[in-house]
Ligand binder design. Structure first.
Ligand code: ACO
Length: 324
């Protein structure tokens, strides 16, 4: 049996962190009131990173990808496939994956983006896993990368305090050893109105509202349910139990969503990997960023069982259960 195994992880965040205090000061200049206390208590976020105007999704992804390739001991020319999960691609087309392919010199890799909002990385991992298991390809680079700060409405304090920029990547390779055990992805387009950015180009002009618009409470409620349901689905598919999990790595949107999902599943807090405090919500980058951090600080060890989960606009959600 052929599995797809993660053999390297990498991540990157741009510039110096922007603390809540710095954000409070910036918003105050625009007459918008918020506080470190409100942000921390409601979301768990203490800081985030924002890209410079000259940085792009593919430029952040490049550093994360190179770190993952180095850990994997794989040369870029060996890659058969690059998938980038993003909602903030460098341009309409070509895809950020094609631009990344050029940046790292992955000459023989096919390359495309997937757009599933904050679930983008899980959708990308699910696709790459299926292509490896089917024997179509051997080695894939799977990335979640965003410059989501470009979609923030600085006059909307309910959203602009939540998000940050960054990139995370994994190298996935065919192996006889167990790797990805189960992946499930879902969507409910009937919930498209609870979280969206609907700016589009018509006749050379942007029409609609290009900034993130969110019904926070509806997102909260649906996210907790979706994360709980899809966790059970992948565990049942792999004939495993919550007790078999070493680490739970949910989408890093908000500490309260993560804690509520963990509680619903009976996962103890100490098994939940948290990086939302440091990065804010980096959308499709959040899960691979958290994963890489915990791999590099030694918490995640080879052979352990991980549950990765995404949830976001669409509404989309999904999970990947794997042996690291
Ligand atoms: N600073 C200070 N006060 C604020 C801020 C802010 N940044 N934002 C909102 N408030 C105020 C509101 O105006 C409101 O004031 P009012 O009572 O006088 O009207 C009060 O705080 C409470 O607002 P709520 O929206 O009810 O606050 P809630 O407890 O629901 O928290 C939050 C808001 C954090 C957005 C919450 O709904 C949430 O976590 N939702 C999940 C959404 C999420 O995490 N989205 C991320 C993207 S989606 C994804 O990645 C899955």
């Amino acid at each position: 049996m052929t599995y797809a195994r993660i053999i390297g992880t990498g991540s990157f965040v741009p510039n110096e962190p922007v603390s809540n205090a710095m954000l409070v000061e910036r918003l105050a200049k625009q007459g918008i009131e918020t506080s470190d206390e409100w942000i921390r208590e409601r979301t768990g976020i203490t800081q985030r990173y924002w890209a410079n105007p000259d940085q792009t999704t593919s430029s952040l992804a490049e550093v994360a990808a190179k770190n993952a390739l180095e850990m994997a001991g794989v040369h870029a020319e060996e890659l058969d496939l690059i998938i980038v999960g993003t909602s903030t691609g460098d341009m309409m087309f070509p895809s950020s994956a094609c631009l990344l392919q050029s940046r790292i010199g992955a000459k023989k890799a096919a390359a495309f983006d997937v757009q599933a909002a904050c679930t983008g990385f899980i959708y990308a991992l699910t696709t790459a896993n299926a292509m490896i298991r089917s024997g179509q390809i051997k080695t894939a680079l799977v990335v979640g990368a965003e410059v989501i700060s470009r979609l923030l409405d600085w006059s909307d304090r309910t959203t602009c305090v939540l998000f940050g920029d960054g990139a995370g990547a994994v190298v996935l390779q065919a192996s006889d050893e167990p790797g990805v055990l189960s992946c499930k992805v879902h969507a409910d387009g009937d919930l498209s109105t609870i979280l969206y950015s609907n700016g589009v180009i018509k006749n050379g002009q942007i029409v609609g509202h290009p900034f993130i618009t969110m019904d926070g409470q509806a997102v909260f409620k649906n996210a907790v349910k979706a994360l709980g349901d899809v966790a059970i689905e992948v565990l049942e598919d792999a004939r495993m139990d919550v007790a078999d999990l070493d680490w739970f790595i949910p989408h890093q949107a908000n500490i309260r969503i993560m804690q509520a999902a963990a509680k619903r599943l009976n996962v103890p807090d100490e098994k939940v990997i948290v990086s939302v405090n440091l990065h804010g919500n980096t959308s499709a980058a959040s899960v691979p960023l958290a994963l890489d951090k915990a791999v590099r600080d030694g918490r995640i060890q080879k052979g352990q069982t991980l549950l990765l989960q995404g949830v976001g606009g669409g509404f989309t959600w999904g999970a990947s259960l794997l042996k690291f």
